[in-house]
Design a protein around this ligand. Sequence first.
Ligand code: MCA
Ligand code: AMP
Length: 496
Amino acid sequence: MTKELELIGRARAKGDSIAISSTTGGRTYSDLLDRSARIASSLLQSHDDLKEARIAFLATDGYDYASIQWGIWRAGGVVVPLCLSAADPELEYTLTNSSASQVVVTQELRSKLATLCERLDLTLSIAEEMGDAPARALPKAGIDRRAMILYTSGTTSKPKGVVSTHANIQAQIETLVDAWEWQASDRIPLFLPLHHIHGIINVLSCALWSGATIEAFPSFKIDEILSRIAAGAYTVFMAVPTIYVKLIQALNALSDAEREPIIRGFADLRLMISGSAALPASVHEQWTALTGQKLLERYGMTEIGMALSNPFHGERRPRAVGQPLPHVDVRLKSESGEIIANENEPGEIQVRGPGVFNKYWNLPDITAESFDEGWFRTDDMAVIETGYYRIMGRLSVDIIKSGGYKLSALEIEATLLKHPEIRECAVIGMPDDTWGEAVSAAVVLEDASDLGLEELREWCRDRLSTYKIPKKLLILESLPRNAMGKVTKPPLRDLF
Ligand code: MCA
Ligand code: AMP
């Protein structure tokens, strides 16, 4: 038996409530249903069902984004959200790797994709022009269908496409709605990028599932957001640690009179969450000292949604990520292969449950290697201390977390090696107070090159997303190597 997606069905009951507002005004749940149905009809043309065709899309505005996402789902397609700050080679990789059959974009972003789509012979549809297609009966496909491909960087040099079904997405949403007590009366700002789980599931989808109201910003517009906080516009706030660092800096730069209403606004929120990267205890404590709010830190991953969380009711402990969320099984496995039964013994986090993804797109071997007896291997190490999990770090030195983004050192190295003056390079994440880790490149230059950081950053702009561009550059005569001739990265940390 197949029926309408529950996310869509629930929206029908919400009718005239505001789903998403932005500077262009407020849009109701009925608006979202109507526009997404028209986009779905336009995508379908003469077909009955897109049958899991991959449709890539790019939009800045939250309402445009949600209408296109729902439109693709309602037509039976798989959404492939593109990254707004991606460079052309990255967009091309996503489009070709997912074998997207068409691309949807808003008018304002058309120029970002027009030439590329023409070269790749891909139909580019403009969202604003998709409203006139005659309404069609929309397919009802069932929740075991594939729904989304998100690209995540890992220990392969190119990002992997994480395929999630509607059932996975629904499980990820229900877990959070349950644990964090989402309500229809909630109001949340959305400023996180919409090509990753944090923005897509934790904020956008949980809010729409709950019949809540989203206020969407095109990116993290700190002054606008602070003035809305002061106006008491929200009940819930979700961000990455870098954003809390930036908020603390901004608040500390204000006079007492300017700061007071903003602090009051933050203090009045019912819930503030941090995740996507480790929240330093100092930031946790400074935030409590400033606003009285105890941040709820949680842990998740593109492949699994959220897995561990400090409690909504109960102790929210700095440096800890709490306990398994509802419907999520978590275990720790030691390096020697034992399942850890005791506190204070470190092991790899492994996760099982209905939210765990379907597979990596076109990578059956890597998918198989990522599971251990049905448990997904996260590559993150943790320990349980007085009942709460604490993340200790990652198994791979090649994964960097910067500003909440997961980056592959190997991918950045492969790009840097295309520079004609770089003979060898090694990329690592150096500890950074604002970004968590800063992308840092050690390079051996060709003779006679005088390449500097600014010139290299400029060269990277057409090739890498902003957040992957090296922040630090170290020029060496040679890279440190082990007896086998393999570059060893940890010693580089002492050289920067
Ligand atoms: C930007 N800049 C950086 C970085 N990003 N420098 C170093 N490291 C970075 N990571 C530089 C830019 O080059 C620019 O410099 C200047 O900072 C301003 O750039 P801009 O992009 O405008 O910065 P921003 O708007 O202040 O962005 C910071 C941000 C953003 C809001 C923290 O990075 C962000 O939205 N991060 C969230 C990512 C996220 O959602 N991750 C979740 C993944 P210049 O001016 O010199 O050019 S999902 C996940 O991890 C799992 C599932 C989970 O658990 O959630
Ligand atoms: P992503 O692939 O972008 O979904 O990033 C997932 C990774 O982010 C995890 O494997 C962790 O390494 C990291 N991460 C997420 N939340 C936390 C947290 N609260 N503390 C430490 N690391 C985190």
